[in-house]
Every structure is written in structure tokens, then in C-alpha cells.
Design a protein around this ligand. Structure first.
Ligand code: SF4
Ligand code: SF4
Length: 596
């Protein structure tokens, strides 16, 4: 592969760029390139407008950190897929380069594709190669102003639409369109639209081949992936030389000439302005325009096609070409294995992420003489597009159990929820310092089943629960408020718990429902009312440590100290009629202490 030689005449390192006006060519490779441009640009501009399940099919929603790709939603936690995608892209590049040279550069690279589209617009407005060169040289006049102006108008419109489409991959494109036409774009949207539009206009309109020659790293290292069997675009020197002009119909051999008529059309067609007859050069992007140009000349001269053709170094030297070389096979196998692995993993992907963090403040605690408890914070991320009910279970030790705020935890689509999980194990089952166990989070929701999650307040019953536990100190006259007493306390009579659940079995209700009485009270009011009903004083506040010793600080805090003012909006709206709406009548009824 040759490299450009330094100009020997003036010894300067910098050579001013000569503007290149590639000649339009016709032929199968140009048709293929045109097709590639239409298809690839069609995909880029069309995909953001596709809808899937009622939302934009491909949307990289950065603010909520969700990446929707048709039916799949990816999260930052799925970074592995992005890494695998990049590895697949790199391996594909290695594979296709080893097999067929710079296919990517010639047909699919965005720089090539957008430059081609910009050249089309240049031809429509400024004419063919000769006309464009003439226009460059002509002084500024009305005609030049009109042609140049219309070219730039087209370029700028196309570039801005490109910037708009790019932003449309990150912001719902229909909303973006509505905001664009009303000039209501946000600052970031405006910045990226203009920035990407400007980059397109500059790269495809002006920099063009300079990006490939001076800026693209791939052009520099692609030769490392080449071998003597890689497909390259080559000039058949043996057949073409010595080159020279001759009239049509003359046998070149009679004149001691090769097949190259030195018409220079291959050079004029080249978008990077090189002469392929000087051998393979790193500036060659393998676009095959020179093949089409030369084949046209060969047809006119009645010579066989292929003076410039796709070939390999071995084939050009008359040696057999080998398609399946070790590097091609290794790249191919790795690529197939990786693609298969990613597809398999996508089909097996569980749309749920769970993080378990141990309570840093407490290593473990003894609940009573027989039970040991560890507390964990479990963060659930529902990565699905449906809401799910999750149940947390535990296994690994005899008698082990896990307690959470409810049997199931409902997490909406794309939502996260955090629950405190208290893992309890009988003292006899735990041996030594480390006892491995496994927390299992499972979705238990069935889309066919209507699910209602009830959240109860303090249940007023004498057999079990918070009221039952407070009765003895209150009856002994040592009951009192807990903490400041200002915290709200939601309560419900046992009869209404049963009645509410029976009502919900038939009601047209789904999701969370507060199973609490309509009139929550503060703890101090609850305390006074209970004392009045029992005819006992309630002057001495209960220190927090007393119930905390018995039931654990966290339970006491979450039940008795944290303000909970839940009102039964959904239950009332669904038509349920409470047996007890006010605290005192409810307590009198439950404790069998009639007024008076
Ligand atoms: S030498 Fe031929 S294949 Fe290479 S860039 Fe020029 S026209 Fe394209
Ligand atoms: S187009 Fe073909 S014939 Fe013309 S100069 Fe190039 S190689 Fe020679």
C-alpha cells in the first residue's frame, strides 16, 4: 500500500487541498451504492416515526433512563447489552474487512452515505462535474449566486432535518415536531438539533474525503486486518500498461500498448481524488466508482471489462485465492457465537432487577430467646411494561422466614419500590457466624386476575394486634401517648376489615386500597379516647424503648411513631359502608363498654 509522497519541489509539509468534483458514473456498483444510500437514510429518517405498542418504537429516553427498542425496554443496568452490541459491531468490522476489504467505507459509513446525498443535491443545483468546475472558476454573478444559494438552501434544510431526526431518537419525535413548528423547543433540544445539523452540513458538504483521509482512525488501522486474500480494488497493471491513447478499433498490441487508454475517468470518478493505477492506497474507500468508470470505457473500446476490478493480491499475482483463512473463520465463529448468545439472552431476559442491602446499623438482633433476625433493604425495579405483584420468599435454613410490609409488593411498569425485609430464623437453625440463605423474588401477578392490595391501619380487635397489646397497660392505668403523640394514626375496626375485604371481592376495583376508617386520629387523641372508654388516666407518656424492647425499634417506629394519615378514598368511592367511622363508638363496641 503506498502513501502520498511529500512534495519534493518546495519542501513544505502542507499541501493546499484541491477541491474534488467527482464525476458521475453509471454501473452496477454505483446502483448498489445508490440503493445503500436510500435504504440506510430511509432507516435513519424513518425509524423514529414507527410506533410499537402505542409508543415510539425506538426511543432512548435519557431523562427516565429507559431505552425502548421495539418491544424491549433496556435500563442502565442492561449496560452489558450495549457493551455486547459494540463488541459485535467491532467484530463485524473485523470479519467483513478481512473478507472483503473496506465494504463499510464504500457503502455503509455515514460519512460516505451523507456525502453521496449531498453530492446528489450539488448535481441538481450546480450541474455535472464540468459545470461545477466552471462555476467555481466563474466570478460571482446572479447565476452563480442563485445556484450556490439553492445548493446551500437544500444542504441546510437536509442537515437541519438530520439534526431534528437525531434528536427525535431521544425525545418523542411527534412532540418534537409539534414544538419545532411552534418554536417551543427546549435549550438542549435546540442545541443538539443545531449541533448535529451543523456537523452534517460541515462533514458532508465541505470536509468530505478529508474526514476519511485525515480524521478517520479506521483508515489507519484497517491494513492490519488485510492479508493477501482480502478483496481489494485493483488495477491490472500487467494488462493495462503501457498506457496510452489510441483511436477506437486499433489493436493496442500493434502499437505496443496495454488496455488502459489513459482517459483519466477513473481518477475523475474517485471521491478521494486518487489514481488507483498507482496501486492500493490508504485513501481508497473501496467505493468501486473507478470500476464502473473503467468498465464503461472498456465497453466503448470493445475491450473486456475488469481492467480495474475487485480482486486479491494473490489473484493479481496469479496465485490461488483462499476465502476461508484462519482469521476469517475465527472472526466469523466469534461473531456468530456472540450474536447467538445475545439473542438467546434477550429471549431469556427477566424484566426485573433486585438489589439487596443489609442494614448497616445492625449486624443481627435477637427478636426473642428463640429467634434471630437480620434486616435488609430490598430495591425492586420492574423493567417490564406491565405492573407486577412480587412476592419475596427465603430458603436455605430450617424454619427461615421473611417478613415484608405485605405478602405481595406491587410495582408499576418502569417503577422502583423499596421494602424492608426482616429475615428471621430459629436460633437453633443458625450455626456459627455465616449462614447462607437465598432470597427469592418472584412475580405472582397474572394479567387475567384482578389484584387488589389492601393497606390496613391499626386494627381494633381484642384478640390480636396493636390494640390488644396496649390494653393491659391502659387497664393498669399506665397507658399514655407514644412519642410526641402528634403522629397520625389510621385505624379500622375488625368488622370493617372483614366487611371491606368481602366488598372488594365483587367491587370493580384494582390496585392499592386503603383499608382504614374515614376518620384517622392523632396518637394523643387515640390515647385519650382509649383511656376514656376504659375509664383510666392516660397522663404518663410511654417511653419508646419500652415497646421497642419487645417488638423491635423498626416495627415500633414504622407502626406507632411514623405519621400515617391514610383515608379510604377508593373503598368509599366503590360504595362500601363502614360499620364504624368514629373512634370512640368503635372502641366502646369492641371493648363492650357502652357510653354513660
Ligand atoms: S480508487 Fe476507486 S474505489 Fe478507491 S476511492 Fe477511488 S474510486 Fe473509490
Ligand atoms: S478509466 Fe480505465 S482506461 Fe481510463 S485511465 Fe482509468 S484505468 Fe485507464
Amino acid at each position: 500500500m503506498s502513501t502520498p509522497e511529500a512534495s519534493p519541489d518546495d519542501g513544505q509539509m502542507y499541501v493546499a487541498r484541491e477541491k474534488i468534483h467527482p464525476r458521475e458514473v453509471k454501473g452496477p456498483f454505483q446502483t448498489l451504492r445508490n440503493l445503500a444510500v436510500v435504504v440506510l437514510l430511509g432507516i435513519f429518517y424513518g425509524v423514529p416515526w414507527l410506533q410499537w405498542d402505542g409508543r415510539q418504537a425506538v426511543l432512548f429516553d435519557l431523562p427516565v433512563r429507559q431505552f425502548h427498542v421495539f418491544g424491549l425496554t433496556f435500563w442502565p443496568q442492561d449496560f452489558l447489552y450495549l457493551a455486547l452490541l459494540l463488541i459485535i459491531a467491532a467484530l463485524s468490522l473485523f470479519f467483513f474487512t478481512a473478507l472483503a476489504g473496506r465494504l463499510w467505507c464504500g457503502y455503509a459509513c455515514p460519512q460516505t452515505v451523507w456525502t453521496e446525498a449531498f453530492i446528489w443535491m450539488e448535481r441538481w443545483t450546480e450541474g455535472n462535474r464540468q459545470q461545477r468546475i466552471k462555476l467555481d472558476k466563474s466570478p460571482w454573478n446572479r447565476r452563480k449566486l442563485l445556484r450556490r444559494g439553492s445548493k446551500h438552501l437544500l444542504w441546510v434544510a437536509f442537515a437541519l432535518f438530520t439534526g431534528f431526526t437525531f434528536v427525535g431518537y431521544f425525545t418523542p419525535i411527534t412532540e418534537l415536531a409539534a414544538r419545532t413548528v411552534t418554536f417551543a423547543l427546549g435549550p438542549w433540544e435546540s442545541f443538539w438539533l443545531l449541533f448535529y445539523g451543523f456537523a452534517t452540513w460541515g462533514n458532508a458538504g465541505f470536509l468530505r474525503e478529508q474526514v476519511c483521509i485525515y480524521m478517520c482512525p479506521y483508515a489507519r488501522f484497517q491494513s492490519a486486518m488485510f492479508d493477501r486474500n482480502t478483496l481489494i480494488i485493483s488495477y491490472d497493471e500487467e494488462r493495462g500498461e503501457p498506457r496510452g491513447g489510441r483511436p477506437r478499433g486499433v489493436d493496442p498490441k500493434e502499437r505496443g500498448l496495454g488496455d488502459c487508454i489513459d482517459c483519466n475517468l477513473c481518477v475523475q470518478a474517485c471521491p478521494t481524488g486518487i489514481d488507483i493505477r498507482q496501486g492500493l492506497q490508504y485513501e481508497c474507500i473501496a467505493c468501486a466508482a473507478c470500476i464502473d468508470a473503467c468498465n464503461g470505457v472498456m465497453d466503448k473500446m470493445n475491450y473486456p471489462r475488469g481492467l480495474i476490478r475487485y480482486s486479491t493480491e494473490n489473484a493479481m499475482e496469479g496465485r490461488p485465492a483462499r476465502l476461508f483463512r484462519p482469521r476469517v473463520v475465527i472472526y466469523g465463529v466469534l461473531l456468530l457465537a456472540l450474536i447467538a448468545g445475545v439473542l438467546y439472552s434477550l429471549t431469556q431476559r427477566i424484566p426485573l432487577a433486585v438489589e439487596v442491602l443489609a442494614d448497616r446499623n445492625v449486624v443481627y438482633r435477637e427478636v426473642d430467646w428463640e429467634t434471630i433476625e437480620n434486616v435488609y433493604t430490598v430495591r425492586i425495579l420492574n423493567k417490564d411494561r406491565e405492573a407486577h405483584e412480587y412476592a419475596l420468599t427465603v430458603e436455605g435454613l430450617p424454619g427461615i422466614e421473611v417478613l415484608t410490609r405485605a405478602d405481595t409488593i406491587r410495582v408499576g411498569p418502569g417503577d422502583t419500590d423499596t421494602v424492608v425485609a426482616r429475615v428471621r430464623v430459629p436460633r437453633d437453625a443458625a450455626e456459627g457466624a455465616g449462614n447462607p440463605f437465598r432470597l427469592i423474588m418472584q412475580s405472582v401477578s397474572d394479567p387475567e386476575i384482578r389484584t387488589v392490595n389492601t393497606r390496613t391501619g391499626v386494627v381494633l380487635a381484642t384478640e390480636e394486634g396493636a390494640l390488644a397489646r396496649q390494653l393491659l397497660p391502659f387497664k393498669l392505668g399506665v397507658g399514655g401517648r407514644i412519642g410526641s403523640g402528634r403522629q397520625w394514626q389510621s385505624w379500622i375496626a375488625l368488622a370493617d376489615v372483614v366487611g371491606g375485604i368481602c366488598h372488594l371481592l365483587d367491587a370493580d376495583v384494582e390496585g392499592p386500597v386503603n383499608l382504614t376508617a374515614p376518620e384517622p386520629v392523632r396518637n394523643e387523641e387515640f390515647t385519650k379516647t382509649l383511656g376514656r372508654v376504659l375509664r383510666r388516666p392516660t397522663l404518663i407518656p410511654i417511653p419508646v424503648f419500652a415497646p421497642a424492647l419487645r417488638y423491635g425499634r423498626e416495627l415500633v417506629e414504622s407502626l406507632l411513631l411514623v405519621s400515617q394519615r391514610a383515608v379510604p378514598k377508593v373503598l368509599t368511592a366503590s360504595g362500601y359502608e363502614f360499620a364504624h367511622t368514629s373512634l370512640e363508638p368503635a372502641l366502646r363496641d369492641i371493648l363492650d363498654r357502652p357510653a354513660g
